[in-house]
Design a protein. Structure first.
Length: 145
């Protein structure tokens, strides 16, 4: 059974599952910030995925990036795979705007997080689920309410 790293579990909200990856919303209302985590245990690096799964991760990441860029009128999409703090393989997909507090610098460690309120989280999750459920090739399965 797939196990999400405790830090990712504590810092995020579940949007849903793509064919390969769990899609998470970072609980930081400063940014629209999603994280894709392949649902395969004990992965640290992309090269540890099969070639087919590497291609699927790229499809999912690209699709999510495109949908977020359009929906949230991004000036730039930041996509990163670091893993220095949380070793479990995960990809950050972050909508950036030229007027955000950290532009043009990376967002890590610059501003304190602002957690979504319960209502804000529900609104954002519903919005994301609607936006990301529009794809036959990379369908999003949303958790039951």
């Amino acid at each position: 059974m797939f196990a999400l790293h405790p830090t990712l579990s504590a810092d995020t909200l579940v949007v849903g599952d793509f064919p390969l990856s769990r899609c998470l919303l970072m609980n930081n209302a400063r940014y629209v910030w999603l994280i894709l985590v392949p649902r395969i245990n004990d992965l640290r690096e992309v090269h540890e995925l099969s070639e087919a799964d590497q291609q699927q991760l790229l499809r999912e990441s690209s699709w999510v990036s495109q949908q977020l860029a359009t929906t949230f009128k991004a000036d730039k999409m930041n996509v990163a795979n670091l893993g220095n703090v949380v070793a479990q393989l995960h990809w950050h997909i972050i909508v950036r705007h030229k007027n955000d507090a950290d532009w043009p610098a990376p967002i890590w460690g610059r501003q304190p997080s602002i957690a979504y309120s319960h209502d804000e989280a529900e609104q954002r999750l519903n919005q994301l689920r609607q936006v990301l459920s529009n794809n036959d090739k990379t369908p999003l399965t949303c958790p039951k309410a």
